[in-house]
Design a protein around this ligand. Structure first.
Ligand SMILES: Nc1nc2c(c(=O)[nH]1)N[C@H]1C(S)=C(S)[C@@H](COP(=O)(O)O)O[C@H]1N2
Ligand SMILES: [Mo]
Length: 314
């Protein structure tokens, strides 16, 4: 199915020539659905957007800056499996993402393995515009396609005693040269509390810029938790483990004093080696003030009441 651009779709499009904004009404019209037919946006999403191609945009999440051009965000990546430079674009193309088995295990009703494509088909796909703030003090804004992590948690059926979700990236040193660097604690691991994982903002990404997710962004499924530093948004996930123990993350294993479990964005808490007060916007190069929780305090600040004793911001 192809979608034509509409003259009034001018909003953020200038910066992203290939990206098409589709309002729900456009989608309904394009899909040839009568006005009287009630179909939830979620239903539309899974019907039309399996894999990550054009999905209805969730207007709840707005940006205070233009979308980063796709060719910029897509060629400046952190994906240490393919090297520690930003230019891993080419190397990442070696990753074979079909078939791709995702395992749900640990404290769940029943352990299960599912192909990523089938998992995505079972979910309500939508598009969200999210900011992204790397701990290295650069930032971007990306139209991700995907589904609420809360839906993934529901799908996994964790037991009542589960307190955390531990996520793991693939391990394949033959494909990923970075994984031959044995001093890193491979595979890449990240974790969230159950409250974080089911917060409305936690998003499982399956596409970007209206297309299936390119490898360098962490295909076929990665996480986006935009109120945390970028390293929490783990790429190319193969396993979700529900547990009552706080997972030891990849970056904690490398340098716990600099990269903690919580890693919430806070301009007032400097990294041990640099300030976090501002950030360099990719493409424009503009230096802008960093916001508490990366501007998402309204959605997430409540997650941390009672946890003030924790090292929440590093
Ligand atoms: N598996 C894996 N996930 C990862 C990383 C990584 O090296 N490996 N880097 C993280 C960091 S530091 C950032 S800033 C983001 C970068 O995402 P992007 O390349 O899509 O901008 O991915 C995060 N997820
Ligand atoms: Mo990062």
């Amino acid at each position: 199915m192809t979608f034509r651009r509409r003259a009034w779709d001018i909003a953020e499009r200038d910066a992203t020539p290939e990206h098409m904004f589709l309002s729900r009404r456009d989608l309904l019209a394009t899909a040839g659905l009568g006005a009287g037919l009630v179909l939830s946006p979620a239903g539309l999403g899974s019907a039309l957007a399996a894999g990550g191609t054009p999905a209805p945009r969730n207007d709840r999440y707005t940006l205070d800056r233009p979308i980063t051009p796709e060719e910029v965000s897509g060629s400046y990546n952190n994906f240490y499996e393919f090297g520690s430079q930003k230019t891993i674009f080419d190397a990442a193309q070696a990753l074979k993402t079909e078939p791709w088995t995702v395992t749900f295990d640990g404290m769940v009703e029943t352990e299960r393995k599912v192909d990523a494509a089938d998992l995505i088909k079972a979910m309500a796909i939508e598009e969200r515009l999210y900011r992204h703030r790397c701990v290295e003090a650069w930032s971007m804004a990306v139209p991700w396609t995907g589904f609420a992590m809360a839906d993934l948690v529901a799908y996994a059926k964790p037991l009542a005693g589960a307190k955390y979700v531990r996520m793991e990236t693939f391990l394949d040193p033959d494909t990923a040269p970075g994984q031959r660097q044995v001093w890193y604690p491979w595979p890449y691991v990240e974790g969230l509390t159950m409250a974080e994982a089911t917060n409305e903002l936690a998003f499982i990404v399956t596409g970007a810029y209206g297309k299936p997710l390119p490898n360098q962004f962490g295909a076929p499924i990665r996480l986006a938790v935009p109120w945390k530093y970028g390293f929490k948004s783990i790429k190319s996930i193969v396993r979700f483990t529900f547990t009552d123990e706080r997972p030891k993350t990849f970056w904690e294993g490398i340098q716990a004093s600099e990269y903690g479990f919580w890693a919430n964005v806070n301009p007032e808490v400097p990294h041990p080696r640099w300030s976090q007060a501002s950030e360099r916007v990719l493409h424009t190069g503009e230096q802008v003030p960093t916001l508490l929780y990366n501007g998402y305090a309204e959605q997430v600040a409540g997650l941390y009441t009672g946890l003030e004793g924790e090292r929440l911001f590093m």
